[in-house]
Design a protein around this ligand. Structure first.
Ligand SMILES: O=P(O)(O)OC[C@H]1O[C@](O)(CO)[C@@H](O)[C@@H]1O
Length: 313
């Protein structure tokens, strides 16, 4: 990634996707459903973070594994936004994830596919690319088939070496296996945090204790998103609960990714805890209420960030 010095932030997507979004007034399972329009666009957690960073005026380097046949389509989507693309191609095509968004009630049904298999030489080649990665790296999303957990944790250790700050947003065994590398920040949602700790987390106090446990394991900052309730932010010594202002619901897809982008931008800019939590909340709320088939607007993020309600715990 030499020559990418303009970007202060990198994103790593090991299992990107095309999101096929199908808006329906109501999904009728087992029936013929007819959509007025559909949208197919490059996505996946790391890609979504890079897109949101561009909206925030932060160019990023997007890297990771990507089906060779779809590299051109991802680059055509990302480059005009100022995202620097450095994907490691793997044989085949990128997965397609289906998002059925019901306009009556806002329910979203996700069908996520497994993804393009990682080949044996893919991770060493990616590690080579990551040698010159920015100091702040966001690693997001699920693991592709064929990637052993050990290789994934090795990749995390490799990235962390040299003092890079890593933000991790993944789930299941991949989340647990990332923790020994002591990421700088993790952003699970309530159920992902419960799964990694192996116990249900009911109520705010249980969430706070669980997040503190991760801090004791060496994660510096822990943010737990909790849907419309907002999010818990443990940023250094600050403990905040931040609730977004009420917004109309377009889709919940990508809200967590938007929050991660806000956190990454805030870290890169040296924001204090309150400003970081506001920016992250504004990004998530703008993603949730974005116009259909459009990206959120920077001015809307600023407005929603200012309107967020902060409670010190
Ligand atoms: O990598 P996972 O966990 O399958 O999630 C991928 C999905 O998550 C999203 O990034 C939303 O968070 C979608 O764009 C994508 O389809």
């Amino acid at each position: 990634m030499a020559g990418d010095t303009l970007a202060r932030i990198g994103t790593v997507s090991l299992n990107p996707a095309f999101d096929l979004t199908i808006p329906l007034e109501r999904l009728e399972p087992g029936e013929v459903n007819r959509a007025a329009a559909t949208e197919l666009r490059p996505a996946g957690k790391g890609i979504n973070v890079s897109v949101m960073l561009s909206i925030l005026g932060e160019p990023s380097v997007a890297t990771g594994l990507l089906g060779a046949e779809d590299v051109a389509a991802f680059e055509a989507f990302l480059r005009p936004m100022g995202v620097i693309c450095r994907f490691e191609p793997v044989p085949g095509r990128c997965r397609i994830n289906v998002k059925v968004v019901e306009t009556a009630g806002g329910r979203v049904t996700d069908i996520n596919s497994p993804g393009t298999a990682a080949t044996a030489d893919a991770i060493p080649a990616l590690q080579q690319r990551l040698l010159t990665a920015p100091e702040l790296m966001v690693v997001s999303g699920s693991l592709p088939p064929g990637l052993p957990l050990g290789e994934w944790s090795g990749l995390m250790q490799h990235l962390a070496a040299g003092g890079r700050r890593i933000i991790v947003d993944t789930s299941g065994p991949a989340f647990g296996a990332a923790l020994p590398a002591k990421p700088f920040l993790v952003k699970p949602n309530r159920s992902e945090l419960a799964a990694v700790l192996g116990r249900p987390l009911v109520g705010r106090e249980a969430l706070l204790q669980a997040a503190l446990e991760l801090q004791q394991q060496g994660v510096r900052q822990v943010v737990v998103s909790d849907g419309a309730e907002g999010a818990l932010f443990l940023l250094g010594d600050a403990r905040l609960w931040v609730r977004p202002p009420p917004v109309p619901l377009t889709t919940t897809v990508g809200a967590g990714d938007a929050m991660v982008a806000g956190l990454a931008a805030a870290l890169a800019r040296g924001h204090d805890a309150e400003a970081a939590a506001r920016l992250a909340t504004g990004c998530a709320a703008a993603a949730v209420s974005r116009p259909a088939s459009a990206l959120p607007a920077a001015a809307e993020i600023t407005r929603l960030a200012a309107a967020a309600h902060i409670e010190r715990l």
